[in-house]
Design a protein around this ligand. Structure first.
Ligand code: SF4
Length: 458
């Protein structure tokens, strides 16, 4: 992960300073939110603690998308109740906070603050009220549209890449998904604010931005679409690369597809979830697209760029999924030839329509189907990467290899297609000076999920 929470505030606060520990679970939007929380709390005098047990304030920035993620939060709360420093404040934010706020307050007396993804800008006020004794416990799970973004501090840069949230929420209501309930309706940030945030990041050395949204390609604000926003972001001096995630097939219009040909800064990587290969299952999921329409969209994208990396998301074992349905998912995965797709066993989420559906698939069957799908995805990923062996690629250097004792001194970076690249370099190279640069790398090998190469020229 290029952006680390440890970088968001002073890692070693002066003796006697207050210390915070922020743990973000789940998606990239939570990583972005966790960084912003650290920036919000730093002016209150909070530096980062190395562990939760050392902290005066512990923030669990949670994910509610799967049952396992919720279980992890409750197990962390239980552990912290025993192990946190006396007097430490435990706050639960993110989507679990939004969805289960009242029940967390009821079942977990150790938790003093609960807030949602749309109210974390109010965290300093909530913490102030707790520390000054104005409140003993506080819950804030409103949905104030865009207020949050107007109240966040200037973003900091923590390396050559950065996330920028441009859109939040979702109106699609897939029957398995909690996002429309936890993040609210689709809203898009004004383009001018986004461009200003990107300019600030670029001035701090950021070269690559990933534009984030639950339905990022539904972005729409005052005439801007995602394609025209990418164009505007590409005009910011210093920005060399743009990516975006996560997209819905139904919002993938021609202007966005054509941008992969016309906007040289838009990197050839498209994360386009499909979830299942069977139309029966897609209909039960309320995806509002078919396997055929999804494949037609992939074909349109590949017409513009045949080499583009396609990633995706899959859910196996959705209620009512038969062996035949699952075979269609395997077939679709093999046909698309994904690079690094995410796959999960279906987990019923309370309050979603799918949780009430008959025909819940036994856990063992889900596990077996997941293993079979992951084997196909591993194969397509490794196969996709082989095409780059022998090529010279521009790679954005993100840092040094964290295990030089195992692999020798290497740099690590990302190819345009979002493949991690491990790069060896000649003795005498000032490797550190290359961090943040885009360098030419000759690819010598492909591995299961990454590429290996040699530095050719800075
Ligand atoms: S489109 Fe994505 S975020 Fe929206 S409901 Fe479906 S899975 Fe959830």
């Amino acid at each position: 992960m290029p952006v680390r929470i440890e970088d968001a505030a002073h890692a070693s606060p002066p003796p006697g300073a207050k210390r915070m520990f922020i743990k973000s679970y789940g998606c990239q939007m939570n990583v972005y939110d966790g960084l912003r929380m650290a920036e919000l709390l730093a002016p209150m005098g909070y530096g980062l603690a190395p562990t939760a047990e050392d902290a005066d304030l512990i923030v669990l920035n949670t994910c509610h998308i799967r049952e396992k993620a919720d279980d992890k939060v409750f197990s962390d709360i239980g552990r912290l109740r025993r192990e946190a420093a006396p007097g430490a404040i435990i706050a639960v934010g993110g989507c679990t906070g939004q969805a289960l706020g009242a029940s967390i307050m009821q079942t977990a007396p150790a938790v003093q603050v609960v807030f949602g993804p749309q109210t974390y800008h109010r965290l300093p006020t909530l913490i102030e009220k707790i520390t000054t004794g104005q409140l003993k416990r506080a819950v804030d799970t409103d949905f104030p549209e865009l207020e949050k973004f107007d109240n966040l501090p200037t973003p900091g840069a923590y390396g050559p890449t950065a996330f920028v949230t441009i859109q939040e929420g979702c109106d699609k209501f897939c029957t398995y998904c909690v996002v429309p309930y936890t993040r609210g309706a689709e809203i898009s940030r004004p383009a001018a604010h986004i461009i200003q945030e990107v300019e600030t990041l670029a001035q701090q050395g950021v070269k690559e931005v990933t534009l984030l949204g639950q339905n990022v390609n539904a972005y729409q604000h005052e005439g801007y679409t995602l394609a025209s926003l990418c164009e505007a972001v590409g005009n910011v001096p210093g920005i060399a690369r743009i990516r975006f995630t996560t997209s819905h097939p139904n919002n993938t219009g021609d202007d966005l597809i054509n941008a992969f040909a016309t906007n040289p800064k838009l990197m050839p990587y498209f994360h386009l979830p499909v979830q299942a290969g069977s139309n029966r299952v897609l209909q039960a999921m309320n995806r509002n697209h078919t396997a055929e329409s999804y494949l037609a969209t992939i074909a349109r994208i590949r017409q513009v760029n045949p080499d583009i990396a396609i990633s995706g998301d899959f859910i196996v074992g959705f209620p009512g999924e038969t062996e035949e349905d699952f075979e269609q998912t395997l077939q679709l995965a093999a046909n698309v030839g994904y690079f690094g797709a995410y796959s999960f066993a279906y987990s019923p989420r309370p309050g979603t329509p799918a949780a009430e559906l008959p025909g819940q698939v036994p856990e063992l069957t889900k596990k077996e189907r997941l293993a079979a799908l992951q084997a196909v995805l591993d194969h397509t990923t490794a196969d996709y990467l082989t095409r780059f062996v022998g090529q010279t690629l521009p790679v954005l250097i993100e840092g040094e290899n964290e295990h030089p004792e195992r692999y020798g001194p290497q740099l690590r970076g990302r190819s345009p297609h979002n493949a991690p690249v491990n790069i060896s370099y000649p003795p005498g190279t000032n490797a550190r000076s290359l961090i943040g640069q885009i360098v030419q790398v000759h690819i010598t090998q492909s591995a299961a999920k990454s590429l290996v190469g040699e530095l050719t020229a800075a």
